[in-house]
Design a protein. Structure first.
Ligand code: LRY
Length: 221
């Protein structure tokens, strides 16, 4: 395995993303959340969008997993759908570029996206939702897969919990994976590691206070 990925073994990656309607949707705020995550022990950060990547790159040398979220009319693929976006993320200093590696119709072939990321000197984190997608991404040369999209595609199990079954499948198939998606407590992050995750990405539970507030409010309703 690549040395940078090896250095992330067993570690916590914090995703600092604010939804478009969030009051925290501002590159400066995202960069401060990134610094707070670094202070708390994050080994890397997952950052969305060019402006946020620039703001975070300016304040930390920790590895950045960069992505874009682009709504398009011609595809359901929204995480870094094009090589141009992937290449720009790498040029802005993302060591790892995350992109949708599902088998859904997409604007550009997956192999070309992977090649563009590698040519730009970055690594590919292939965001998948099923074992089949993980196998395909791995065969095409993804450096690591992430369970990011499990529960968010018609092909995957609809869940309100982490996709433990997918993690077991990936481990069983010997496919190194980063666990990501609905890891909402330290215990769940730990469990993902025990189920064979190389590292875990936690987002909402750490960096979306609006979402976490909703969990508490719903529990009291
Ligand atoms: C499905 C999708 O678009 N996931 C995005 C991917 O970058 C983010 O919105 C998530 O916050 C991230 O995956 C971390 O997950 P969670 O916030 O559940 O810890």
């Amino acid at each position: 395995m690549n040395a940078l990925l090896e250095s992330l073994r067993g570690s916590l990656v914090v995703s600092c993303q604010a939804n478009p309607d969030s009051p925290l949707r501002d590159p400066y705020i995202i960069s401060r959340m990134g610094l707070a995550a670094v202070k708390g022990g994050a080994a890397a950060l997952r950052i969305q969008g060019f402006e946020d990547v620039e703001a975070v790159r300016a304040v930390t040398d920790l590895p950045i997993i960069g992505l874009t979220k682009t709504d398009r009319d011609d595809t359901d693929v929204y995480i870094t759908p094009t090589a141009a976006e992937a290449t720009r993320l790498a040029a802005l200093g993302c060591e790892i570029v995350a992109l949708d590696a599902t088998l859904r119709p997409r604007p550009e072939p997956l192999a070309e996206l992977f090649a563009a990321v590698h040519a730009a000197g970055a690594l590919v984190m292939a965001d998948i939702s099923t074992l089949e997608e993980a196998r395909n991404a791995s065969a095409l040369g993804a450096d690591i897969v992430g369970t990011t999209l499990a529960g968010y595609t018609p092909q995957s199990r609809a869940l309100h919990t982490p996709d433990w079954v997918l993690m077991d499948e990936l481990r069983g198939a010997d496919l190194p994976f980063i666990a990501e998606g609905r890891l909402n407590s330290p215990a769940e992050a730990r469990q993902a590691m025990e189920r064979g995750a190389h590292a875990v990405v936690v987002g909402s539970a750490i960096t979306r206070p609006d979402v976490v507030t909703r969990w508490f409010a719903a529990a009291l309703a």
